[in-house]
Design a protein around this ligand. Sequence first.
Ligand SMILES: Nc1ncnc2c1ncn2[C@@H]1O[C@H](COP(=O)(O)OP(=O)(O)O)[C@@H](O)[C@H]1O
Ligand SMILES: [Mg+2]
Length: 286
Amino acid sequence: MEKYIEFDNVSFSYIDEYDTDADNETVIENLSLTINKGDFVCVLGHNGCGKSTFAKLCNAIEVPQSGKVYVDSIDTSDESRLYDIRRKVGMVFQNPDNQIVATVVEDDVAFGPENLGVEPSEIRRRVDEALKQVEMYDFRHSEPHRLSGGQKQRVAIAGIIAMKPECIVLDEPTAMLDPRGRREVMNTVKKLNEEFGITVIFITHYMDEAVRADRVVVMDDGRVVLDGTPRQVFMQIDKLKSIGLDVPEATELTAMLIESGIDLRTDILDMNELVNEITRLTEAEN
Ligand SMILES: Nc1ncnc2c1ncn2[C@@H]1O[C@H](COP(=O)(O)OP(=O)(O)O)[C@@H](O)[C@H]1O
Ligand SMILES: [Mg+2]
């Protein structure tokens, strides 16, 4: 597997230039982590554990005070490569309203590639393609403020993919959306990963979203405390609870059933799986 983003023993704190006495609390501490090309990784953790800081370190919005971050082997502290890094790793944030700059959807999506100096005919092609990829092509002449939250967030994602990044980092892109908007955004990002091979780092606090990742990284206090497939991570119910996180409902219910003596698999992630497993058991008994 090819490495794409690599954190090598990274520590980071926000240094207060005006208050030199402030004890600059370490926000990211000796973090080492490799994200491979084509991966879909979810990052979980409670508020303030350093997820957004981690995201900003991925495309050189911040650089570490010690250790290194590499994007496709480029050291993010190399200022001469900033443009390359920003082209390779696109960022999507929580609030779509802060990311939409134009009054017509297709102009908004064109904004990024225009800034990169892409030729007009190529911009046209990319805008259409990006809007089709997020299933917002029919809304290309619409005014963004008339769209739902999920639709706006998909336009924001189209604006990023029109710049042809190899990786997108989404920092709680569904936090402000209703359940339908959340599903739309997750489905869109899954498709970008599966069909177009875009590497995805998806920060969320929704367990049902993390279940859909290839890999789940759980952060606490600036460190990685769990890292594995969704099944491996969500089986660690006590550990997750001890750092203030929930586990998927089905996983928790399974654990309770096992505790009460029912012989179930321990790695169940959703209700369908649980129902199937119970059906299998009852059929085996009859
Ligand atoms: N720009 C900033 N200046 C100073 N401290 C900050 C800044 N941004 C975040 N922090 C602090 O860094 C810690 C981690 O924040 P953040 O990365 O935003 O966590 P999360 O995204 O997991 O909620 C928090 O204690 C937060 O208060
Ligand atoms: Mg955050």
